[in-house]
Structure formats: C-alpha cells, structure tokens
Ligand binder design. Structure first.
Ligand SMILES: C[S@@+](CC[C@H](N)C(=O)[O-])C[C@H]1O[C@@H](n2cnc3c(N)ncnc32)[C@H](O)[C@@H]1O
Length: 224
C-alpha cells in the first residue's frame, strides 16, 4: 500500500552544497543542529536556560536569522530549514559569531511545529519571504493557508507575535486575508505593517526593491 504524499511547501534540490557547507554540516551539525524527533523539545537542555523562544520558518542562508539573534541575546531562536546548503551556511555563521541563543533543525517546519513545540509556548514566529509558488496550480504549496494560521496561533503564547514578510503582491494579499480570518490572531496595525526595525534588509530584498517589488510586512499578535 502506498502512503498518500502530503503537499510540501518546498522541493529539495540536490547537489549544490559547497565543500565548506558540507564540512559545516558534518563538523558543526552535531554541536548546533538539533535532530528532528517526534517529541517536545527540551528547551533548557538545548539552550542551557529558560528564555523566550522565537521560531523562524525557512531561514534560507540564515543572514537575517544571524543578525536578529546577535541583536537580541536575551531571546532564544530556533531556525528551521530543509535546504542543506542554507543549514550549512547558518551553522558556519553560528560558529563564527559564537552564538549560544541560535540553533537549527533541518526538517519540514510544519512537522517541527506540530511535534516538537508545545502549544502556547512561543514568543514569536518569523516567516520571511516564503517561497511564493507563483503558478496557480502550485498555490496549494504556499505555506500561509488557514491551517498554517491556526497552527501558528496555537503554538504562540498569549501576546506572542507572528511576523511575516513577502515581496510578492498577491501572496501579501493572501497572507492578509488568511491571517485576518484566524480568530486567535489580531493584526497589530491596519493592513500591512511598516518594516519593523528588528528585521534587517537582506541583499535579496534590496535587489527586489531596485526591481520595483514592494515588500510587505505583517505583524499579528496571539490573543489571550
Ligand atoms: C524564498 S526562501 C527565503 C529564505 C529566507 N527566509 C530569506 O528571507 O532570505 C524560502 C525558504 O524556505 C524554505 N522552506 C520552504 N518550506 C519549508 C518548510 N516547510 N520547512 C522548512 N523550510 C522550508 C526553503 O527551503 C527556502 O530556503
């Protein structure tokens, strides 16, 4: 009997990991990466303390992740990314900066949220520039759907923040519609939010702006 394949929000590409990224995965993975396991994360064991925890979904190459974790040492960050080269780069960044408040899991973020994160436990969730899946027949792969909004809201503590950004106008509209319809979430502003200072602008974003792609941020709060 074949198992039904779930619709994934990513496609894993092979063979583009640089030697430095591969070395980082082998040598630094055991130190800074957490293996996926279908059991709640022991936060104190992982970070050596009890601090507010922010999860980032799809950290990519990890530039934003590293900058925010450096700027906010009192908060712990868990980056979740499926793409091996990105995880390799982030591991190198964690090592270079000596960060103790940032760890990474190489796995589907939806499984991690469901199975490793307790309900009502997160100070924040970041989702920056998720894959836009522009073709209509691929829209079902977009992460921000009603089930995602419900899952994210359930994992946030009361007052916890869900912060998203996209440079894809119709995905921005979808985000606003989907998040506004989730009863456990409230928008912190009317419509789109101005870019919060804490989210640094990446090279990718600056290039997009030069090409005339407007960037929209959303900051929703979990109701109590
Ligand atoms: C367009 S990139 C943006 C990366 C980064 N956030 C940035 O702003 O540069 C989207 C990333 O999300 C990752 N991704 C997509 N779906 C994911 C999932 N379900 N779990 C973990 N990572 C995912 C992809 O591998 C990709 O690296």
């Amino acid at each position: 009997m074949t198992e039904r394949r779930p619709v994934r929000s990513y496609v894993l590409r092979q063979g583009r990991t640089t030697p430095a990224q591969s070395r980082a995965l082998d040598a630094l993975g055991p130190r800074y990466a957490i293996p996926f396991a279908p059991a709640l994360l022991d936060r104190v064991a992982v970070f050596g303390r009890s601090a507010p925890l922010v999860v980032e979904i799809g950290s990519g190459m990890g530039e934003t992740t590293l900058e925010i974790a450096k700027a906010e040492p009192a908060t712990d960050f868990l980056a979740i990314e499926v793409h091996a080269p990105g995880v390799g780069s982030l591991l190198r960044g964690i090592e270079a900066a000596g960060l103790t408040n940032l760890r990474v899991i190489r796995h589907d973020a939806l499984d991690v949220l469901e199975q490793m994160i307790a309900d009502g436990s997160l100070a924040g969730i970041h989702l920056f520039f998720p894959d836009p899946w522009p073709k209509k027949r691929h829209h079902k792969r977009r992460l921000v759907q009603p089930a995602f909004a419900a899952l994210a809201a359930r994992k946030l503590a009361a007052g916890g923040m869900l912060h998203l950004a996209t440079d894809w106008p119709d995905y921005a509209e979808q985000m606003l519609t989907v998040l506004s319809a989730e009863p456990l979430l409230e928008n912190t502003v009317e419509g789109f939010a101005p870019r919060p200072e804490r989210r640094p602008r990446t090279k990718f974003e600056l290039r997009g702006e030069r090409l005339g792609h407007p960037v929209h941020d959303f900051v929703f709060r979990r109701r109590s």
